[in-house]
Structures are given as structure tokens and as C-alpha cells.
Design a protein around this ligand. Structure first.
Ligand code: 5AD
Ligand code: SF4
Length: 470
């Protein structure tokens, strides 16, 4: 077993003991029939997966879950630090809880996640939000029951952050939000240090879960009826490098793919610098891996890619994409893009536009650069005004809308296999998704949710498709 993995029965047993103690305390503190927790998750799927562990631990501590903070005995926000806007929302929403705490002093308000690993944020919470009783960072998740217990019993505020011991803690219970679509973390942290990104500082160094543990969890999910499983990591392409017996990501997904069943396997995120031909060949030859590659390129300009410390250039990115297009039938490509990185000129930005036109992505996640305290880029000269960046951003959206519309129109008349996911509240239509991650809306009964169906595409509206059961 690699020395990064902690499967200490003792640690788990201790935490279970704390869960029992919490259940006893909550018997007295709860306002309703059962103690209720309200969890709000900001940010990426990694945070969603962490919240599912927290919910697992709370479930074992006797909690049920409330739909709004007003009803809850325990309120927790799992926060995101990736952009300033996400942080501002958290501060605003935490501030709004002040009156609730005044009305019900026995409730416990807590914050966790990436923002709490930033010292200046934790200090601000400590000094300006005295009604927050518990704060813990991403590195403290495995002993959340102990921290919650201390916050409930000691009557003192509990603040726990730092302590990146570079370990993986197995055996934490998970309470998944969905019954047919689920997340499966395969690794944690990141070693890449892209100059704009806070993630390596708040989630620590890259470490991979053992292959056998992942395989067994994936098989369990497939057995439990999950139809759409997404393997998660900041850079899945470097999965397994630090394991005692190194394993490639392609090898891992090949082995999961061998499991019989009717399911799709997805993964995110792939870093273009090490998205290998082996991986693309694996997708092409697989039975269950979705024909979708999320490959963030961030910028089309070599100069900016260098300044971002991305370790690939435009040509290498295009070579990878072209290989994927040649080998994966009907591959759907998506990407993340940052507009307005410090020092980016309009000429650089045009390179991004031309790359988008050349690749023709299905959809894009687009962001205006947001300086993150402690990252190298935060101290770079950034002469372009926010207004100017806003114009570039709009130009990017317009170009992508044109491309998405073109790609979607080309699908009209085709039959696609989709997974029916939910009912649209407004119209009563069903929301479904293709293997390439494109949304299709169609008429049908809610009984179909969680099933695969063949759908004929009848219409395309921007990047959303309309379809009918085939
Ligand atoms: N500013 C803007 N966007 C960022 N991202 C990461 N850090 C920043 C930042 N400081 C974007 C990248 C990444 C996605 C998850 O968030 O595009 O791929
Ligand atoms: Fe951030 Fe780069 Fe790591 Fe992605 S690969 S999490 S952008 S540092």
C-alpha cells in the first residue's frame, strides 16, 4: 500500500465514536423531530464530492437534511476559492446568516472547503463573522466528526486549517446526492502550479487513490444502478504516477470499462500537457467511456500559455485534438478558457478566438481572469481595463454561440442515445444528456428519469437540442 494512504481502522473508529457522541448532543439541541443539516456547495465537482462525504458523516451522526438554512440546526457552506466572484458570494451569503443565528442561538454555522485554506480568509471570518462557530479546510475533512463534536461541546469557536499531510484517508462514508449520476474522486490535489491558479495552495500536492479501491467503488456504483459515473481529479492524466506500483490513467479506465453493465464512464479534468495517445485510443476502443473530452486550453497564444506555466503550446494542443478527432468517432470537445490574463493583448486574445474556430468545441467554460492572492500571476502587470476584458469576453461568447449553433444544427435528424436526467420545472419537458455531454430536451414521462433512451434530434436552439423519443 502506498505510504500516502491512511486506512487506519483506529482513525475511522475514533470518528465513528464522535458520530455517536454528536447524535447524543443533537438529541438535546435539535429543533424538530430529527436534527437537520443544511449543506450548500460552491464550486467544482471535487467540492460536490467532498460535500457527499460530509453528508455521509452527518447521516451517520443522526442528521437528516433541510432544504433551507432556516430549518437547519447545522448550516455548512463548502466554499470555492478559484475566482474572486465565488468568494464574494460566500462572504455575502454568510453575512446573511447573522440574523438567523440571533433568532436561534443554538444553531451551529460552519464553513469549510478551499477558501478556508487561505489564511487571510480564515482570519477575516474569525474577525468579522463571530457567529461562525466552525471553520475547517480541505485537509481536515477526514476528522470532521471530531471537529463538529468540539464545536458543539466546547462552546468555543473551532478553526482548523493547514496540516497538509499529503495523505489520502479511505473509509469515509459517502452519501451521494444522485442515484444514477455520481462522482468518483480518483486523486486529490495538483502539482502543476499554473500561475493564475489557487488550487495547488488550497488542495495540496497531487496524490492518487489506489487502483483497487477505485475499482471496487466503481463496481459498487455500477451494481447500485449508477448510469453516469465521472472520475474526478484536477489532472486525471497524471493519475497513478505517485503510487508504489505506478498505473496510468488509461490503464485505470480500461479496467473499469471491463466491468459489465449499462453505464457511461466520464472523467475530468484532463490536462493537455499529458493527454496521451494511449488515453485517446482507450476511449476509442472502450465500451462505456463517453465520447467526450474536456481539455482546457486556457489560451490560444503561446506567449500567454508560457506565462501561465501550462507546459504545452498551441500546436501540441491542436495535435492532441486532431488525434482525438481522427480516432474517436464523433468526439465532443469542451474546454476552459481564461480571458484577460495579465499582459494578454488583443492580438493574443485573437489567437484564442482562432483556436476556438479551428477546433469547434461543443461548449466552453469561459472565465475572466481573477487575481488570486499568493499566486504568481497576481503580481504580474495587468494593464488592460476590466471594461476592455469584458468586451473581449463578449466577443468570445458570440463566436462560440455561432459555433455551437452550427454544431447542434448538424445533429438535427440524427438519433442519439441519451440519459434522461430530470424534469424541467418550467415546461415539464425532460432534460437529457448525450454521451458527448450535450443537453437534449424532449417530451416524455418522468418515469424515464435515470434510463437511457434513443432520441431523434428534431431541432437545435443555440447549444440546446430538442428531441423526440425514437
Ligand atoms: N481566474 C479565472 N479563471 C480561473 N480558473 C482557474 N483559476 C482562475 C483564475 N484565477 C479557471 C480555469 C480552470 C477552471 C476550473 O477555472 O479555466 O480550468
Ligand atoms: Fe489549477 Fe493548473 Fe492545477 Fe488545473 S492544472 S488545478 S488550473 S494549477
Amino acid at each position: 500500500m502506498p505510504d500516502t494512504t491512511i486506512r487506519s481502522e483506529q482513525l475511522a473508529a475514533q470518528q465513528v465514536e464522535y458520530m455517536h457522541l454528536i447524535a447524543e448532543i443533537m438529541e438535546i439541541r435539535k429543533r424538530g423531530e430529527k436534527p437537520l443539516a443544511f449543506i450548500r456547495t460552491y464550486g467544482c465537482q471535487q467540492n460536490v464530492a467532498d460535500s457527499e462525504k460530509i453528508k455521509g458523516m452527518l447521516s451517520q451522526s443522526g442528521f437528516d437534511f433541510a432544504d433551507s438554512p432556516e430549518d437547519a440546526d447545522f448550516i455548512l457552506f463548502n466554499t470555492c476559492a478559484v475566482r474572486e466572484h465565488a468568494e464574494d458570494r460566500v462572504f455575502g451569503n454568510v453575512g446573511a446568516l447573522k440574523n438567523l443565528k440571533r433568532k436561534h442561538p443554538q444553531i451551529l454555522i460552519a464553513l469549510c472547503g478551499c477558501m478556508m485554506e487561505e489564511e487571510h480568509v480564515a482570519n477575516r471570518i474569525y474577525n468579522s463573522f463571530p457567529f461562525v462557530g466552525l471553520v475547517f479546510g480541505t485537509h481536515s475533512l477526514h476528522h470532521f466528526p471530531e471537529l463538529l463534536y468540539r464545536a458543539l461541546v466546547d462552546g468555543k469557536r473551532v478553526f482548523e486549517r493547514g496540516n497538509d499531510d499529503k495523505k489520502i484517508y479511505e473509509g469515509i462514508p459517502v452519501r451521494r446526492d444522485g442515484s444514477f449520476k455520481g462522482w468518483l474522486p480518483i486523486m486529490y490535489g495538483c502539482n502543476n502550479f499554473c500561475t493564475y491558479c489557487i488550487v495547488p495552495y488550497v488542495r495540496g500536492r497531487e496524490r492518487s487513490r489506489e487502483k483497487a479501491v477505485i475499482l471496487s467503488e466503481a463496481r459498487q456504483m455500477i451494481n447500485d444502478g449508477f448510469k453516469d459515473i465521472t472520475l474526478l481529479g484536477q489532472n486525471v492524466n497524471s493519475y497513478g504516477k505517485t503510487l508504489e506500483t505506478p498505473v496510468s490513467f488509461a490503464q485505470l479506465i480500461r479496467e473499469i470499462d471491463e466491468t459489465d453493465g449499462d453505464y457511461w464512464l466520464r472523467f475530468m479534468t484532463s490536462h493537455p500537457k499529458d493527454c496521451s495517445k494511449e488515453l485517446i485510443d482507450t476511449i476509442a476502443g472502450s465500451r462505456h467511456i463517453s465520447r467526450h473530452l474536456h481539455l482546457p486550453f486556457q489560451s490560444g497564444s503561446d506567449r500567454i500559455l508560457k506565462a501561465m506555466n501550462r507546459h504545452y503550446d498551441r500546436q501540441k494542443y491542436l495535435d492532441t485534438v486532431n488525434y482525438a478527432k481522427e480516432h474517436i468517432d464523433n468526439v465532443s470537445l469542451t474546454s476552459d478558457i481564461i480571458v484577460g490574463f495579465p499582459g494578454e493583448t488583443y492580438a493574443d486574445f485573437k489567437e484564442t478566438l482562432s483556436l476556438i474556430r479551428e477546433v469547434e468545441f461543443t461548449s466552453l467554460f469561459t472565465f475572466i481572469y481573477s487575481p488570486r492572492k499568493g499566486t504568481p500571476a497576481a503580481s504580474y502587470d495587468d494593464p488592460v481595463s476590466a471594461e476592455e476584458k469584458g468586451k473581449w469576453f463578449q466577443e468570445l461568447l458570440d463566436v462560440q454561440e455561432e459555433i455551437a449553433a452550427k454544431r447542434c444544427s448538424a445533429m438535427v435528424g440524427q438519433t442519439e442515445r441519451v440519459l434522461i436526467e430530470s424534469v424541467k420545472e418550467k415546461t415539464g419537458e425532460l432534460n437529457a444528456r448525450t454521451s458527448g455531454n450535450i443537453i437534449v430536451e424532449l417530451d416524455g414521462s418522468a418515469d424515464l428519469i435515470g434510463t437511457f433512451q434513443n432520441v431523434t434530434i428534431t431541432k437545435a436552439r443555440n447549444w440546446i437540442l430538442k428531441g423526440a423519443l425514437a
